[in-house]
Design a protein around this ligand. Structure first.
Ligand code: SAM
Length: 266
C-alpha cells in the first residue's frame, strides 16, 4: 500500500494513527457541499481538513471558515488557503468548550472524519454543543448506518437512539476504498444530521436518559424489562412499561427513541 504522495510540493506520509485517508474523489466534496449548503450567511467548521480537499470548495462558497486539524505538517498547505487565526491546531476532542471559537453566524459543521473519532465527535456536538444548523460528515459506513436507522432495523443500536434523541439524521451516498489515498479497508458514507432546537433543560433530560439506554444496549439480546429490574431495582419498571404500552418482552432494539424518552424522563 502506498502511503506517500505529493501535494503543493510537500511530501507527506499519511499517518494511519490519525485516520489519514485523503479524498481523491470529487464526488465527495460535491455531495458534502450540496448537503451542507453553505453561503456567506453561515460560519462553517471543518474538522480534519488534512490537505484541504474539501476546504478549497468551502472557501469558494463565501462562508466564514474555521478549521480544526491535529497534524501540524498540514500548516503550510492550510495557511495558504485560510488565515492563521481561522485554524485551531490539536485534537478536536481535547479542546474544552471555552477553547472553541464563538461563531458569529449560524453554524454548519463538516468533515471527512477519521474512523477512530467519528462517533465521539457526533456525540460531543449533540450533547454539549454548540448546536449547528446542520452537520455533514463522511464516516465509516457502519457508523453512518447505525446513526441513521429506525427502531426494529437490524443495525438499530445505542448510537441510533442517541442521535435520534437530539437530531434528525439520514444517510447519503456510499464510497469505496478507491475514493481515498491510502485506500482504507472499509467503505465510507455521508451522514447528514439536523439537530433539534432543545432547551437546556430538555437537552439535560435526554442526556440523563442515556445512562439507562446504554445499560440496555450493553445487553441488547436480553429482554429490556429484565435488564432494567436487575440494574435499576428502585423503580417499578413493569408498571411504567404497562402504562406506556411497551411490550414486557421487548428487547432494546424494539423500543423506539420516543418510547425510551417516555420511559426515562419524568
Ligand atoms: N479532509 C481531508 C480529506 O478529505 O482528504 C482529510 C481527511 S482524513 C480522513 C482525516 C483528517 O483528520 C486528517 O487530516 C487527520 O490529521 C485529521 N484528524 C485526525 N484526528 C483528529 C482529531 N482528533 N482532531 C482534529 N483533526 C484530526
Amino acid at each position: 500500500m502506498n502511503r506517500q504522495f505529493r501535494s503543493n510540493g510537500n511530501f507527506i506520509r499519511a499517518k494511519k494513527s490519525l485516520g489519514q485517508n485523503f479524498c481523491i474523489d470529487e464526488r465527495i466534496p460535491n455531495e458534502i457541499i450540496k448537503e451542507l449548503a453553505p453561503n456567506n450567511d453561515f460560519s462553517v467548521w471543518e474538522i480534519g481538513p488534512g490537505k484541504g480537499a474539501l476546504t478549497k470548495r468551502l472557501i469558494e462558497t463565501g462562508a466564514d471558515i474555521h478549521l480544526f486539524e491535529i497534524d501540524k505538517r498540514m500548516e503550510e498547505i492550510l495557511e495558504s488557503l485560510c488565515p492563521k487565526e481561522n485554524i485551531t491546531w490539536g485534537d478536536f476532542l481535547e479542546l474544552s468548550q471555552e477553547e472553541l471559537p464563538k461563531p458569529s453566524k449560524p453554524l454548519l459543521v463538516c468533515g471527512n472524519l477519521p474512523y477512530y473519532c467519528g462517533t465521539p465527535i457526533i456525540k460531543r456536538f449533540l450533547e454539549k454543543g454548540p448546536t449547528p444548523t446542520r452537520l455533514v460528515f463522511l464516516l465509516q459506513h457502519e457508523v453512518a448506518v447505525k446513526a441513521s436507522v429506525p427502531v426494529n432495523h437490524k443495525e438499530y443500536s445505542y448510537l441510533s437512539v442517541h442521535t435520534a434523541l437530539f437530531a434528525k439524521a439520514r444517510i447519503g451516498n456510499k464510497y469505496g476504498p478507491a475514493s481515498f489515498v491510502p485506500r482504507p479497508k472499509i467503505d465510507s458514507s455521508v451522514l447528514i444530521i439536523e439537530p433539534f432546537h432543545l432547551s437546556e433543560e430538555e437537552r439535560q433530560k435526554r442526556i440523563n436518559a442515556l445512562k439507562f439506554i446504554s445499560a440496555l444496549f450493553n445487553q441488547r439480546r436480553k429482554i429490556a424489562l429484565s435488564t432494567l429490574k436487575r440494574t435499576f431495582p428502585e423503580t417499578n419498571w413493569a408498571e411504567k412499561f404497562s402504562k406506556l404500552g411497551i411490550d414486557e418482552k421487548a428487547r432494546p432494539e424494539n423500543i423506539s427513541p420516543e418510547q425510551f424518552l417516555e420511559l426515562f424522563t419524568d
